[in-house]
Design a protein around this ligand. Structure first.
Ligand SMILES: [Zn+2]
Length: 334
């Protein structure tokens, strides 16, 4: 298995296969980068592996799937049924599902089972989801469909109810750290901080080790948040105005910025309460301690509430400038 952790999901899948009752349709749900694709590929190896205890990771089938070369294991996304240009489409359309169906009706080319992994299944258009129902209901023999979704609630119930559902939860940070250490190469304090920042998503952590900017860039942005917090009201309002101006075109980045506030304030509270061991911004421990020393726990909790409420207001389409300025007024000054 290439999957790290998620033992409940893994054991359930293995049991199903061992007892000769594999499902033909799976829905693997869980946050982004938590390990959905890795588990889907493990499942593809399990149903195709030639050894007695699949997946063995050594047979030709397992090897081909690991290398992404196996002709019967396909990842389906926008433009699957079309040309290169169609791949930049935001949604998985009916042509893509038709292409999948055509292939599903062919005999496996080199393995025992054809496996279709539908990445980000919430991107299926309603027509495409509808077209997929027939295949989900009566899949051809030797076919497994694996839908991946980070927001399964968006999927039509008709689709969800035809799949065997597997939910992946974030891993404990120690397990992420352990997995990172076992791959070697990275500096131990870096590994520790990356694991804590990952929120239990190993895929994110692995990428962050390869792209140090994901962690360093965050530290810089947290530094910006700290400056706003200790700045004058004028400075705070200028910051709120900047975010509000960005909001109409880029809601996600504004939400991420507020999540950063939340993460920072949570760390301040943890340090205040003597739980430095749980804080995520390890490289900023000095700044955390100094902020924590000037604020009461009550005020930190109040600030956390204020950020949460600002996020709620933005989701409810309250005027963004109003929501953000209110937040600025409610934040304590260290
Ligand atoms: Zn194998």
């Amino acid at each position: 298995m290439e999957t790290v952790g998620h033992s409940r999901a893994v054991n359930a899948l293995k049991r199903g296969l061992k007892e000769g009752r594999p499902s033909h349709a799976y829905l693997i749900a869980g946050p982004a980068h938590v390990g959905k694709m890795t588990l889907a590929r493990d499942l593809a190896r399990m149903v195709n592996c030639a050894s007695a205890d699949p997946p063995c990771a050594e047979c030709r089938q397992c090897g081909r799937i690991s290398q992404g070369l196996h002709a019967d294991v396909r990842v389906v996304g926008p433009g699957y049924g079309g040309d290169e240009a169609a791949r930049s489409r935001p949604s998985i359309g009916i042509d893509d599902v038709r292409a999948l169906e055509r292939e599903a009706n062919l005999k496996p080319f080199e393995g025992r089972s054809r496996v279709f992994i539908i990445e980000a299944a919430e991107r299926l258009t309603p027509e495409a989801a509808n077209a997929l129902l027939k295949t989900l209901e009566e899949p051809p023999e030797q076919v497994a469909l694996i839908l991946l979704a980070s927001e399964p609630s968006v999927l039509p119930l008709t689709v969800v109810s035809r799949c065997r559902q597997i939910e992946l939860r974030p891993l404990p940070p120690e397990q992420v750290a352990e997995a990172l250490r076992s791959r070697g190469g990275a500096d131990p304090s870096r590994v520790e901080e990356t694991a804590r920042l990952s929120g239990g998503r190993l895929g994110w952590a692995l990428r962050a080790l390869e792209e140090p900017d994901m962690v360093d860039g965050r530290s810089e942005r947290v530094e910006g948040v700290r400056e706003v917090m200790s700045g004058t009201l004028e400075k705070r309002f200028a910051y709120a105005g900047g975010l509000a101006a960005r909001f109409p075109n880029d809601q996600d980045s504004v939400a991420q910025e507020l999540e950063l506030w939340r993460s920072w304030l949570r760390d301040v509270l943890l340090v205040k309460e003597g739980r430095e061991d749980l804080a995520v911004s390890l490289s900023m421990m000095d700044a955390l301690r100094s902020t924590a020393s000037t604020l009461s726990s009550g005020r930190i909790v109040g600030a956390l509430h204020a950020v949460g409420e600002a996020l709620d207001m933005l989701r409810l389409n309250v005027n963004p400038r109003l929501a953000l300025e209110q937040l600025m007024l409610r934040l304590p000054r260290p």
